[in-house]
Design a protein around this ligand. Sequence first.
Ligand SMILES: Cc1cc2nc3c(=O)[nH]c(=O)nc-3n(C[C@H](O)[C@H](O)[C@H](O)COP(=O)(O)OP(=O)(O)OC[C@H]3O[C@@H](n4cnc5c(N)ncnc54)[C@H](O)[C@@H]3O)c2cc1C
Length: 426
Amino acid sequence: MSEKFDVAIVGAGPSGLTAAYFLAKKGLEVVVLEKGGELGSKNMYGGRIYTHVLNRYFPEYTREAPVERWVRKEQLYFMTKNSAVKLEFFADDAFLKESFTAYLTKFVQWLGKKAEEAGVLIATGVRVDSLILEDNTVKGVIAGDDKLYADYTIIAEGANTLLLDNLNLKPMTKPEEVALGVKEVFRLDEERINERFGVNSEEGVAGLLVGFPSLGSIGGGFLYTMKNEITLGVVIRLDEPVKKKIKMYEVVEDFRMHPLIKKLLRDSYMIEYSAHFVLERGKLPDKYLYGDGYLVVGAAAGFELNTGLVVRGVDLAIESGKQAADTIIEAHEKGKQDKQTLASYISRLKNSFIYRELEAFKKAPRFLSNERLYNQYPEVVNEFLKEILTVNGTPRRLYSTFRKAMRNKVSLLDLIRDGLGAVRSL
Ligand SMILES: Cc1cc2nc3c(=O)[nH]c(=O)nc-3n(C[C@H](O)[C@H](O)[C@H](O)COP(=O)(O)OP(=O)(O)OC[C@H]3O[C@@H](n4cnc5c(N)ncnc54)[C@H](O)[C@@H]3O)c2cc1C
């Protein structure tokens, strides 16, 4: 293998590895540089992967990918300190293969193996410190004392965009544009998970938890069932713990000790604890997604979607990796690396679901910054149900009980304003 490659890719996450796989399949010489000591060791997420992109690009995944459980139940919890209202959607068989739970580490290892089989060189334990910039063109990467030249560089460094920030290739990320996710994994035997969640061994549960899990801060909790584990975590916007003087480890601990969660975790033990950033700001403007000699993919480009009910990034990462690969394959055939040629990446993205969906939900981050969603509304929902379900001889009519639950928490005007906001943003 020569010192110079056709393509150098920074980061072996789903985006970088997908790009690498498709480039190598077309015969290009590709190197992926990953700072983690082992493939997958730095990749962390909540727990579920949507299958639509896999059906398109890796249909063999149903046989090969490390699926834990197929998501059969979707749950939404509104929680206060000692109560919870659960909304559950139980799906039929047709819905069953829309998403599955999996460990991102194992999924990345699976993708990495496919990329290596296609001819990609994956170098783990290598942190890229900077990019080679010559004549205003990116010509490869710098790792320690080593320079590695490439005709094209793909930046797939994930949400923590140190490389792009250090080179001023995008505006610095602001604290309110990022959230911190902390995840714990609890081992519990398969049978007990099945019993506790009312599923069989193939079926899984995906849960979103609002209110108490983030202690009323902008954020929320998540829960996924794996084969023999329950993963549980909290995501909170980065500026919130400082503003409200709360400590992340305490938030996670309180969440775990909530009476409802305690019951779900009974007899389990924690086997893993991890943390990672997730972007809340939406995608980067187009002009920061490509330049002379380089493209930006996946979470580094801001391709993550939080609609309040659905949190996604892996499917967008895979799609952007594929689009970046196609862009480079075309440019390589023309023998060009310039910005004008690589601009076709944007038109490809515009024709993909990434731009369609990010455009549709572009107002979501602003709407989801409304503290009432995490504070007052979960309390109102819980209080309302508690009241309306109480039978003690005092009549509780629907509307007056609802108004009582709202009193001193949400005004009618706020309710209308937030309702309209939801309609316009989500
Ligand atoms: C708490 C949390 C929950 C989430 N839940 C879900 C979920 O359930 N479903 C879903 O679809 N998405 C979820 N996401 C989002 C999803 O994890 C990301 O969108 C996705 O992993 C992005 O893939 P990527 O390849 O762009 O980046 P990443 O997966 O972050 O990979 C980037 C890689 O680049 C490497 N790297 C970074 N800098 C360098 C460097 N300088 N040199 C060498 N290597 C480098 C990193 O080590 C890493 O391996 C969640 C995210 C978080 C944080």
